[in-house]
Design a protein around this ligand. Structure first.
Ligand code: FO1
Length: 320
């Protein structure tokens, strides 16, 4: 029997968060000020991972760890005030330098790649990196297996970072492919974290390239659909636009309504409650028409106090 020291209102069975991208990491930083960080398990997307000059780069995992450690860069990724000496030297040699890996961030990729080469799983290597940064929450990749996200555009099939960074998310997306999904197995603890949690939160992430790749790992979607936990999703779309990134464009080009209810419809069989932003309060009935509870609160995470307010509001909405 695991007995957790819980603060008022903190779910005793812990909170599990499905996360990918900068918005999710910012939300998690707020959540970690509301509850004991050790009661949070984060299931991270790995679809953005890629091999960069022979190193395993895992942006969604690193963004969560760096942000929970208060170390993230101003764009929400990489390390604050990092230098780019190695990147510049790469460019001078004619090496690929379009993906901005800073010098201190480089240590993360060198260390992770070394651990993987020594036979550790991505989950074990991630635990070492999270602990080294003082992060007390459990940060778990959804799978230890290869599970890249491929974006289909007029320019053809693009690896995620080529689409997102090299081509600045400028291509219209017609389809998302997850070629490794069928073979991917949930990492140890992923299914239990969804089933045993008191509360599961789908973070304000891109539903197509951050959340769907997590759900597409066999067993994960079912675990969420059947979980006895309270299940809440936070809209990444506010006033018909994405706070950051291509989520609104993708909703449009993939044929969905570009709105909070458009996102809620994607999750309707997997959650009980959907949190919209206060500017979309008039859309609450449209979300309720999907059979979901809907709560409209201020979800803009402009600074750390705002992050904490959003997390507290989501916990409140989940408890209602
Ligand atoms: N995003 C960019 O727009 N430009 C970059 O040069 C860049 C470098 C980078 C390095 C490490 C890392 O962990 C993330 C990085 N990102 C960069 C963000 C990354 O592409 C996205 O945050 C995730 O893949 C999806 O949110």
């Amino acid at each position: 029997m695991r007995v957790r020291a819980t603060s008022i209102g903190e779910p005793a069975g812990g909170i599990t968060v499905l996360a990918g991208g900068v918005g999710a990491a910012r939300f998690l930083a707020g959540l970690a000020t509301c509850v004991d960080p050790a009661s949070i398990t984060i299931i991270c997307n790995v679809g953005d991972d890629f091999e960069w000059h022979g190193l395993h780069v895992a942006p969604d995992i690193d963004t969560v760890i760096y942000t929970l450690a208060g170390l993230e860069g101003e764009g929400g990724w990489g390390l604050r005030d990092d230098s780019n000496v190695a990147l510049g030297a790469l460019g001078e040699l004619g090496g690929e330098s379009w993906f901005g890996i800073g010098d201190r961030d480089l240590a993360t990729h060198l260390h992770r790649t070394r651990m993987l080469r020594e036979g550790m799983t991505l989950a074990d290597a991630t635990a070492v990196l999270a602990t080294a940064r003082g992060v007390r929450s459990a940060v778990i990749p959804v799978t230890n297996d290869p599970h890249p996200t491929v974006v289909v555009t007029d320019a053809g099939e693009l690896p995620f970072q080529v689409y997102f960074v090299q081509r600045r998310a400028s291509d219209a997306v017609h389809e998302i492919r997850l070629p490794g999904a069928a073979e991917a197995r949930p990492a140890p603890g992923v299914i239990d974290a969804i089933h045993d949690a008191e509360l599961v939160i789908v973070a304000p992430s891109n539903p197509f390239v951050s959340i769907e790749p997590i759900l597409a790992v066999p067993g994960v979607r079912d675990a969420l659909a059947r979980s006895p936990a309270r299940r809440v999703a936070v809209s990444p779309i506010i006033g018909g636009a994405a706070v950051k990134g291509p989520a609104a464009d993708m909703l449009r080009t993939l044929g969905h309504e570009v709105s909070a209810p458009g996102v809620a419809a994607l999750y309707r069989d997997l959650i009980d409650c959907f949190v919209l932003d206060a500017v979309d309060a008039s859309l609450v009935p449209a979300v309720e028409a999907l059979g979901l509870r809907a709560v409209a609160v201020d979800t803009m995470m402009t600074d750390p106090p705002a992050r904490a307010r959003v997390a507290a509001a989501v916990l409140q909405a989940a408890r209602a």
